[in-house]
Design a protein around this ligand. Sequence first.
Ligand SMILES: Cc1cc2nc3c(=O)[nH]c(=O)nc-3n(C[C@H](O)[C@H](O)[C@H](O)COP(=O)(O)OP(=O)(O)OC[C@H]3O[C@@H](n4cnc5c(N)ncnc54)[C@H](O)[C@@H]3O)c2cc1C
Length: 338
Amino acid sequence: VSGILERVQKVVDVLAADAVDVDRTGVVPGSHWQLLADEGLYGLAAPAEAGGPGLQFPEIVDVLERMSGACLATAFTWVQHHGAVLSLAMSQNIALRDELLADAVAGRTRCGVAFAGVVPDVPRMRATRVDGGWQLTGHAPFVSGWGVIDALQVSARDVESDDVVAGIIEAHAQPGITAVEPLELVAADASRTVSLTVDGLVVPDERVVSRVPRPAFQANQVFGSRINGTLPIGLARRCAQLLDEGGQADAAARVLAECDAVRARLDAGLGDMALLLQARADGAELAVRAASALVVAGGGPSLLRGAQAQLLARNAVFTLVAASRPELKQLLLQRFAA
Ligand SMILES: Cc1cc2nc3c(=O)[nH]c(=O)nc-3n(C[C@H](O)[C@H](O)[C@H](O)COP(=O)(O)OP(=O)(O)OC[C@H]3O[C@@H](n4cnc5c(N)ncnc54)[C@H](O)[C@@H]3O)c2cc1C
């Protein structure tokens, strides 16, 4: 375990040193993705029996926070991969698991996810049973990693049973994918996020990784939402580090203390979605405040394109909306409009 945490630090140092360049060019160098694979980070969340490092939950949270603070575009794209790894590890489709899991854990196969069919109350992706598989029709408004990932886990709701069906497709143009529109983003643009429209995309049964009743899927939502809560805390920690290096030790200490407090509330929220969403709002607000403090501390030079402060401020804004939920949106609206 200690080995992997040291390797994480090595990766974090490389990503942080290049974050402003990655932001400016909108491209994560291929060498960075390869570094994540070489250092075992694509298997971070895999169970030990599937080749994972066997980290405890607080250690995984710490790694995700540090990665987000170092380079949000890289971290956000890479985080999605773990959703597919966990689906494969738990899949009852043994042939698919045997075909893909080891490569996914090693980072030889890189994955993304499209949850548009399941998270919104009115699903944006629907599955219809056909001979030997499912036919998917709908729209995933945000899918990260296009052109970087090899495989995409697409979730859809069965029009008959409302079950959540998830299949793994190859992440490139193919019959049934009717539009792939690149989205130009002002933060994490290098996440290569696209909007994806499918019409009659066939997912054969051999590529179905899971089928679960919707209530069972929703019960698992709290865990994913907790994981997404690592993004703003990671940004705030990075702001604290840069405040400290810039001679603002008191401000840095206050931000770090708040990170600890919000993290504890996020953990407590694992048992209660309402508490968790409150803590997610606390985290997003903290990231915005911490980045604002960093901008102010740096003065005018914070606005230079090469400054970390302006990058972190835009990244903090990203965490106000990405991976949101209607309740979280309301909480943040009330706070910022008050
Ligand atoms: C830059 C960026 C990259 C993203 N990358 C991915 C990705 O790779 N894979 C992925 O599955 N999602 C991705 N998301 C989707 C993100 O999780 C949802 O966009 C967000 O949760 C809320 O959707 P909204 O911004 O449309 O918000 P709103 O307009 O405020 O919300 C509309 C509805 O969308 C629902 N929603 C929640 N999650 C999703 C979702 N995943 N897709 C569609 N609607 C959703 C909300 O619950 C809400 O009911 C990305 C979002 C952004 C901004």
